[in-house]
Design a protein around this ligand. Structure first.
Ligand code: G4P
Length: 526
């Protein structure tokens, strides 16, 4: 198969949802329907692992098949799907943002009894920033939930997103009978089987033929709903979906498998193909470009506790990736041989010989890679687009044993490269006692655990009062203005760029009023 054909059959996506909406269940069912696992329900000790503070700790707890692995690759109807996990714990972390930088579309999973929840909203905002195509799946139809029309209205208004139902539920909870396809008016009837452990047999027929099976009441309601939708909905179009403007909506129940196949078919057929990306500010890199390029969006240590290893996750952007190839790291122009690449399915890792645009490859990292690095066959190149987000929590570190200073410095530096936390330094103080910033509190817990386990260093944190960080740009007067005042703590990031930490938005507004040319960024400027 040609490079272009290989790229065109890739679908790289993530599922975004609020905890408990059913992401784990849906992931497992997608694998079941794709034939990658044969019996659902093999996920172990999920309940216990809910208390784990991060995915990598969770991974240590979970053995056997674990669908919390970061990447799952499987094929379905000729498409090669890459499903990336967004971290499962309730706290928000930068990992999530970065994962969304590596996908081409997302499935937004919503519990139809709860509607749009806090975390769904935040994750969706990241998708919007990237103009990612988003598919909506309304889950748990086997239980009672909200009125479907009200629910799509809520999604549309709270997320400011056009929605286009592709199918529509007939009843819910105990009366859940199935769904009707809005365009073809074909009804798919629901039969619960073996508690969702196996693939369902489904029955599909034209709406008119289903009258008897549905009963007069349900039948009349469907007709009424369809009529309403015909006048209200935005209508599905590939173009609207792929540009990120319209979200197709599906209904189902991950637990009982209902609707999973429809969703999977849609993802395999219509989800976005690998997109072109911008490098070096203005260079468009197409997937079909012959020369290999890609970027690192995640680094994970200790995936296998028996061999202490660091795996760097590479998203292939262009060209064909081949095992053993030499590439250049864009950040420092060093050459790296990619000798032991891995692909992923659940817990099993297998060595890959080649990979194509859209694929995710795991690279053993001896410590030379950082999150955001570009690797390219053609020499020095840098992709835009793994932004660092402004942290919202800040601490400083207290070392329990002062003799461990050196270990602490090494540990902090390495873990910051992995993106565990962000570090901010006082100018001129040779990087002593940095402020640590995180998007989610849990990042600090992970840092503490890892410093203890991997660097034998125990630390405590002192909370810093700041709530907001902004990178400073625009009129240099702005920087001078803030440096001269006590309300502003001006520090430097890892690249020496100025960053201001403050406690309230008010002081930022004040600075902007005083120096209108001042620009503040909530994402690290490139
Ligand atoms: P998450 O990864 O998004 O956090 O959600 P997860 O799949 O773990 O699902 C959260 C709970 O919701 C689980 O119940 C799961 O069984 C249930 N669930 C998921 N999909 C459906 C669905 O379509 N219908 C219904 N009725 N329930 C669903 P739990 O009791 O917390 O855990 P467990 O005992 O099932 O493991």
């Amino acid at each position: 198969m040609s490079l272009a054909a290989e790229a065109a059959r890739r679908r790289t996506f993530a599922i975004i949802s609020h905890p408990d909406a059913g992401k784990t269940t849906l992931t497992e069912k997608l694998l079941l329907y794709a034939g990658a696992i044969h019996l659902a329900g093999s996920v172990k000790s999920r309940k216990a692992s809910r208390h784990a503070v991060s995915d990598w700790m969770q991974m240590e707890q979970e053995r056997g098949i674990s669908i919390t692995s970061s990447v799952l690759q499987f094929t379905y109807h000729g498409s090669a799907l890459n499903l990336l996990d967004t971290p499962g714990h309730a706290d928000f972390s930068e990992d999530t943002y970065r994962t969304l930088a590596a996908v081409d579309s997302a499935v937004m999973l919503i519990d139809h009894a709860k509607g749009v929840e806090d975390r769904t909203r935040r994750l969706f905002e990241v998708c919007r920033m990237r103009q990612l195509p988003v598919v909506t799946f309304m889950n748990k139809l086997d239980r009672d939930g909200r009125d479907p029309l009200e629910l799509i209205d809520e999604v549309s208004s709270t997320l400011n997103l056009k929605v286009a139902p592709v199918n529509w539920p007939i009843g819910m909870g105990r009366d859940f009978k199935g769904v009707v396809d809005i365009k073809t008016r074909q009804v798919t009837l629901f039969t619960a089987k073996a508690h969702g452990t196996e693939i369902l047999d489904t029955e599909t027929m034209p709406l008119e033929h289903a009258k008897e099976r549905l009963g007069d009441l349900a039948y009349a309601k469907v007709l009424e709903d369809l009529e309403l939708l015909a006048t209200a909905g935005d209508g599905y179009s590939d173009q609207g979906f792929l540009s990120g403007n319209v979200s197709p909506v599906f209904w189902g129940s991950a637990m009982t498998n209902f609707g999973v196949e429809t969703l999977l078919n849609f993802m395999a057929e219509r989800a976005a193909k690998p997109a072109a990306r911008i490098a070096n500010g203005d260079q468009i890199v197409e997937p079909e470009d012959e020369r290999f390029s890609g970027f690192i969006f995640k680094i994970q240590a200790n995936m296998n506790p028996r061999h202490r290893d660091r795996i760097a996750f590479l998203r292939v952007v262009s060209g064909k990736f081949t095992r053993g190839m030499d590439v250049t790291i864009g950040r420092n122009a060093e050459t790296l041989r990619l000798s032991k690449p891995h692909s992923f399915l659940a817990q099993e890792r297998s060595i890959v010989d080649e990979a194509y645009p859209g694929d995710i490859v795991g690279l053993y990292d001896p410590g030379s890679l950082r999150v955001g690095d570009t690797l390219a066959e053609a020499g020095v190149m840098k992709f835009d687009g793994i932004p660092r987000f402004a942290p919202e929590f800040f601490v400083q570190i207290v070392l329990k044993d002062p003799l461990k200073r050196k270990q602490l410095d090494t540990g902090l530096e390495q873990l910051a490269h992995e993106g565990v936390v962000q570090m901010f330094y006082r100018p001129g103080l040779s990087h002593q006692d940095p402020f640590l910033g995180a998007v989610g509190q849990m990042q600090f817990e992970v840092l503490k655990e890892r410093l203890k386990n991997e660097y034998r260093t125990e630390v405590k944190f002192i909370n810093a009062p700041f709530r907001i960080a902004r990178w400073i740009g625009g009129d240099p007067e702005g920087l001078a203005f803030m440096k001269a005042r006590r309300d502003y703590t001006v520090l430097e990031d890892r690249n020496g760029a100025p960053v201001v930490l403050v406690e309230t938005p008010y002081v930022l507004r004040y600075a902007q009023e005083k120096v209108p040319g001042l620009t503040l960024f909530d994402v690290e400027p490139l």
